[in-house]
Design a protein around this ligand. Structure first.
Ligand code: FPP
Length: 242
């Protein structure tokens, strides 16, 4: 069997922004007769590793879907597990962001999160804001439609105070009101575990993204799989409708 690659050949075009729908933690755990929480813990370790791998391959922006606006519908105990993991993650991430020069941001409506988690997010995003390494974004209580609703509210508030008029509205102006206002759109969106849908992840921003679906479960996704996705991306002909 051919050995899986751990480096990309130099002629490859590297996507500037990769966004990932991390799916399959539950199935990964089930296959091992483990509780779902073990799948989420393994998935969280994969997140840490993939940040390092993405940067080493030359990716500048990495965005991951950690908790959707729909994930509140999961059993209370699973939501609590995910929130605890995120709490731990934010704490560890402060140290890692210092070490790796990584800039960390959160998109989504964080007003619904517990205060201590909101405080950790604030500290982490503030402390890492001047870092010049990987720009890592965690989508937390994020839903693309919810993001657009929040953006429309902000636009209407600005119209009420005379900051903006209907004639000013353009695609760029709308992009500027989204949570992702200061990031490029994703070039490549990856979804693991075999589902072929976007599930409300960056619907505005992914209008021209290449979409890569793999059967690999998120905890098993590694550098070799990321390389495979980038190689696939290199075979795409991006015409942006032209
Ligand atoms: C989908 O797996 C995954 C999630 C709902 C959450 C993703 C969260 C993590 C990877 C861990 C925490 C994140 C960070 C940033 C530290 P699933 O439960 O839907 O799996 P299944 O479809 O196999 O049941």
């Amino acid at each position: 069997m051919a050995k899986k690659k751990t480096e990309l050949s130099e002629d490859k075009k590297i996507p500037e922004h990769v966004a990932i729908i991390m799916d399959g933690n539950g199935r990964w755990a089930k296959k091992r007769f483990l509780p779902r929480s073990a799948g989420h813990s393994a998935g969280s370790r994969t997140v840490e590793q993939i940040c390092d791998d993405a940067w080493s391959l030359g990716i500048k922006y990495l965005t991951v879907y950690a908790f959707s606006t729909e994930n509140w519908k999961r059993p209370e105990s699973e939501v609590a597990t995910l929130m605890d993991l995120l709490r731990k993650y934010m704490k560890n991430c402060l140290e890692r962001s210092r070490k790796n020069n990584m800039r960390v941001r959160v998109i989504g409506d964080i007003t619904r999160l517990d205060e201590d988690l909101r405080e950790s997010i604030k500290e982490l995003t503030h402390e890492s804001s001047a870092n010049t390494g990987l720009c890592f974004t965690v989508a937390l209580n994020y839903g693309g439609r919810d993001e657009i609703v929040r953006a429309v509210r902000k636009i209407l508030e600005d119209r009420d105070t005379g900051k903006i008029t209907a004639a000013d509205i353009s695609e760029d102006v709308i992009s500027g009101y989204l949570d992702t206002s200061d990031m490029p759109d994703p070039d490549l969106v990856i979804r693991t575990s075999g589902e072929i849908r976007l599930s409300n992840f960056l619907p505005w921003q992914s209008a021209y993204s290449e979409l890569y679906f793999t059967d690999v479960l998120w905890p098993d996704f590694d550098k070799k799989e990321l390389i495979k996705a980038i190689e696939w991306y290199n075979g795409r002909d991006r015409r942006y409708g032209g």
